[in-house]
Write a protein that binds this ligand. Structure first.
Ligand code: ADE
Length: 242
């Protein structure tokens, strides 16, 4: 799963089965290194992502969901071009206080949704390989980014229905949730649906911007050129190793 064609286009291109149209989504089936897959665009935001995840699980009985896309970096060490594999997701804009503590999913009584340990490890290994390949393929210093220096982080990713594009909001999130590495708009929703259905979930995000005042132009230049090849390399290595 990915949010935008820019993020998942190269994976969707591997589909060779009949597309399944349902609920405003198109599900693209195929086989990759002997494994069945279904690629689908969640579109943007938590509602769209939750709806897509529920449909994907119910219509296609998938064994696991893997999300690949971009995110804004929050941790001081999380720079444009790095990748973050999610250990857990949290909805930074969920607040049912004073009924429930801030960020807690009402009645589920938890705020952090862990990803699946086994899939996380497999994904991490695939990302290491993808980063190596991207470092070779991309000209050094392209757009001021040296992919040979790109790091791989593992930790908390925040999701919310906001594109974080001011330094003030970036700082507010970092102050409130100091261990958060990155922010995006879908992961926690997919994680919650997967938890409800007992489906393993893992996710990786390439850092496209620093969720600050330059986030908009940074996002646009990176998502167009880097996100799709990154997603395709990651999935190639993931399926190869399964
Ligand atoms: N996805 C990529 N960059 C983002 C940002 N700054 N805020 C929310 N989602 C993002």
């Amino acid at each position: 799963m990915g949010a935008l064609p820019e993020e998942l286009g190269a994976v969707m291109a591997r589909s060779d089965g009949a597309p399944d149209h349902s609920g405003g989504r198109t599900f693209w089936p195929g086989r990759w290194h002997g494994h069945d897959f279904v690629a689908v665009l969640s579109r943007i935001g938590k509602v769209a992502a939750a709806s897509t995840a529920a449909l994907l699980i119910q219509r296609h009985q998938v064994d696991a969901i893997v999300f690949t896309g971009v995110a804004g970096g929050l941790g001081p060490d999380v720079q444009v071009g790095d990748a973050v594999v999610a250990e857990a997701f949290l909805q930074h804009d969920l607040d049912a206080s004073p009924l429930f503590p801030r960020h807690v999913i009402p009645l589920d009584n938890l705020s952090r949704l862990p990803t699946d340990g086994g899939w996380r490890q497999r994904l991490q290994a695939a990302v290491v390989q993808a980063q190596r390949q991207m470092a070779q393929d991309w000209p050094q210093g392209w757009q001021g980014i040296d992919l040979r220096q790109a790091k791989l982080h593992q930790g908390l990713i925040l999701s919310g229905d906001r594109f974080v594009s001011t330094r003030a909001e970036q700082l507010a999130l970092r102050t409130e949730l100091p261990d958060a590495l990155a922010v995006e708009m879908e992961g926690a929703a997919v994680a919650q649906v997967c938890r409800d259905h007992g489906v393993p979930f893992a996710a990786v995000r390439l850092i496209s911007d620093r969720a600050d005042d330059a986030a908009h132009p940074d996002f646009l230049r990176l998502v167009t050129d880097l996100a799709a090849p990154f997603g395709a390399h990651v999935m190639e290595h993931l399926f190869q190793a399964l």
